[in-house]
Design a protein around this ligand. Sequence first.
Ligand SMILES: [Zn+2]
Length: 72
Amino acid sequence: MAQFQPNQPNGQHKCEHCGAIYDVRWHQAPMRDHDSANCGCCGKAMANWNATRYPTFDLVGECPDDKDVKFL
Ligand SMILES: [Zn+2]
């Protein structure tokens, strides 16, 4: 799983399990946030962070494999 760094710029993240592409945007958190995100396509954990900023993920396009779509 990718360990996200808090100084990582906005950009794109690719799920290492299924290859889904996400737009990543960082937001300021009121306090240190230690959390992780699961892929909306394959459901597997794809990123974690421990920082005073947290990322949100927006799927770009469609899931690479639509036979097993699992939206959170
Ligand atoms: Zn995935």
